[in-house]
Design a binder for this molecule. Structure first.
Ligand SMILES: NC(=O)c1ccc[n+]([C@@H]2O[C@H](COP(=O)([O-])OP(=O)(O)OC[C@H]3O[C@@H](n4cnc5c(N)ncnc54)[C@H](OP(=O)(O)O)[C@@H]3O)[C@@H](O)[C@H]2O)c1
Length: 510
């Protein structure tokens, strides 16, 4: 694997939550692990004025609170490489000053490589991209040399949400393309930086045993759940404009789905992996308006304990129909999965915090045990399944049937499990760290390409566009906290003769 190039990481939105809770802890972890190139510099830009030293102090405390093994001496070797510039990055005239500061940091230290990271509100992406484009940092021919004929790069990492629908994503793609080559655009989804999500690729493609079963022929259906036990907490302003479909399904859940459902790439290379992810997302057949109430459900959590429901949370617009829960059935129009539904659900204030994928296999073609009575025969319904827990545990469990001990023949459930993450249940490093290093080495495997992000928006369009009104009627308080979402979510599967796996121990029927 290529070594990451040193560069100046320019964080636009330096005094925000993402920077202090994720980006700097991630950079610190990579620095502590010795994987961050020594010549890397970090420049934070946001509007409020503060001296370098004040920002470093803030970051030190934030990093201390968010990494497992904080070491003051280690931090002291990273801190001098971090500096701050107060500026309004959305105003083109400020960019002369910002560019000059970047150039001060870039030569020698990093051969002029610059990694911009958009850690600001999405409405600022376009003016900031225009500001960068107006500077000499990105020459018209997009060629930057280091003085010794080596080329330096300018790359940009764009956070989610990438647009709010397919047309806005298309427009943002065009703006980016007017300044950067596609090879320099890194549309980030930190779910793809999670080792356990990448573990799906190893599970599927490093083994011969799963792939022959991985199709409509043997898989009855797939469930993907990303449940949170917390409510919207302090993200109300953002969340009320966004909702669960845009925040979770369009991005994280569809990425997990892509890894579960995609075809094997011909080789483990960025362009092939991205092409397969894009292909599978493009083969999703979104539910039409008539089918929508049977194929999808939206919900808002109600009050519970001493906590208000979503609708009464301070900051939520009166009469808001923003969903805190979403479930949908996905059908593919492709050879491998035609006829096998994938069910996705995500929500806040649910019974547990858990992200998992459940692959439910079909029962054997005939029930050999049908004469042994209903109970024995009945056990064969929905018995075989593979549960891949992504968070908080990182485990894979294969459940199947075996003979129950005793003088009469009966069946019982058996389970084989494995530490999927390989960290003995311990926490993974912050997912942004490996992704930032990938961007520094020019590896786009775990970043979305332009068509992929547009395909993901098209797949969820019925749940965010005008057709979704039918799902939003009566949404207020339509599920109690601590459960698994509204009744309409259960009904999606019940109509197909199935049920959600609410937890590892429950058995979905087929
Ligand atoms: N937080 C997360 O965990 C998370 C996860 C995934 C994606 N994201 C995405 O990441 C982005 C940032 O999220 P966040 O939670 O960090 O937001 P945030 O806490 O509101 O931070 C935004 C930052 O942008 C700065 N800013 C605002 N206007 C600016 C301007 N014109 N020029 C330069 N800086 C400006 C603000 O500082 P000043 O007021 O000082 O300028 C603030 O530091 C959003 O797009 C969000 O959707 C966040």
């Amino acid at each position: 694997m290529p070594v990451p190039d040193p560069c100046v990481v320019v964080i636009l939105g330096a005094s925000g939550d993402l920077t202090s809770r994720k980006l700097l802890p991630a950079l610190y972890e990579q620095h502590a692990a010795g994987t961050l190139p020594a010549a890397t510099r970090v420049l934070g830009v946001s509007r409020r004025p503060k001296p370098d030293e004040a920002w470093r102090d803030e970051l030190r405390e934030a990093v201390r609170g968010h990494v497992r093994d904080f070491d003051d001496a280690r931090w002291a070797t990273l801190a001098p490489r971090i500096s701050y510039l107060a500026g309004d990055a959305a105003r083109p005239e400020e960019w002369t000053r910002i560019a000059a500061r970047i150039e001060e940091l870039a030569p020698g230290a990093a051969c002029g490589n610059v990694l911009f990271f958009l850690a600001v509100a999405p409405e600022l992406y376009e003016p900031i991209i225009a500001g960068i484009g107006a500077t000499s940092l990105v020459p018209r021919d997009r060629r930057v040399t280091c003085g010794d004929d080596r080329r330096a790069w300018r790359r940009i990492v764009v956070e989610k949400p990438f647009g709010v629908d397919a047309p806005s994503a298309r427009r943002l793609n065009q703006r980016l393309a007017s300044v950067f080559d596609e090879a320099d655009i890194y549309r980030i989804d930190h779910y793809l930086g999670k080792e356990s999500v990448q573990g799906l690729l190893a599970l599927r493609f490093a083994n011969g045993i799963f792939e022959p079963l991985w199709s409509e022929r043997f898989v009855d259906h797939v469930q993907i759940t990303a449940a949170e036990s917390l409510g919207v907490e302090d993200r109300v302003a953002f969340y009320d404009q966004t909702g669960a479909v845009r925040d979770m399904i369009q991005s994280h859940l569809l990425q997990v789905l892509a890894f579960v459902a995609m075809e094997p790439p011909s080789v483990f290379a960025a362009d092939r992996i991205r092409a397969e992810r894009r292909n599978i997302l493009e083969s999703i057949e979104p539910p039409d308006a008539a089918d929508l109430p049977r194929a999808a459900a939206l919900g808002q959590y109600g009050p519970g304990g001493d906590r208000p429901g979503y609708a009464e949370t301070p900051g939520v617009a009166p009469g808001s129909t923003t969903e805190t829960f979403a479930a949908m059935r996905i059908r593919f129009d492709n050879w491998r999965w035609a006829g096998t539904p994938f069910y996705l659900r995500t929500g806040k204030r649910l019974a547990a915090k858990r992200t998992e994928v459940l692959v439910q296999f079909k029962p054997p073609p005939t029930n050999l045990f049908r004469r042994l009575g209903r109970e024995v025969a009945g056990r064969m319904v929905g018995a075989d399944r593979l549960l891949i827990e992504i968070a908080p545990a990182s485990e894979v469990r294969l459940r199947f049937l075996g003979r129950a001990p005793g003088s009469t023949f009966s069946l019982r459930e058996l389970e084989m499990d494995a530490d999927f993450g390989g960290r003995g249940g311990g926490a993974e490093p912050e997912a942004y760290g490996p992704l930032l290093l990938d961007a520094m080495r020019g590896d786009q495997s775990l970043f979305k390409d332009r068509e992929e992000v547009e395909a993901a928006w098209s797949a969820v369009e019925p749940l965010i566009g005008p057709a979704s009104e039918v799902l939003r009627r009566g949404i207020r308080d339509n599920y109690p906290p601590g459960g698994w979402g509204p009744a309409a979510s259960e009904a999606i599967l019940a109509r197909d003769g199935r049920r959600w796996s609410s937890g590892p121990s429950s058995s979905p029927s087929v």
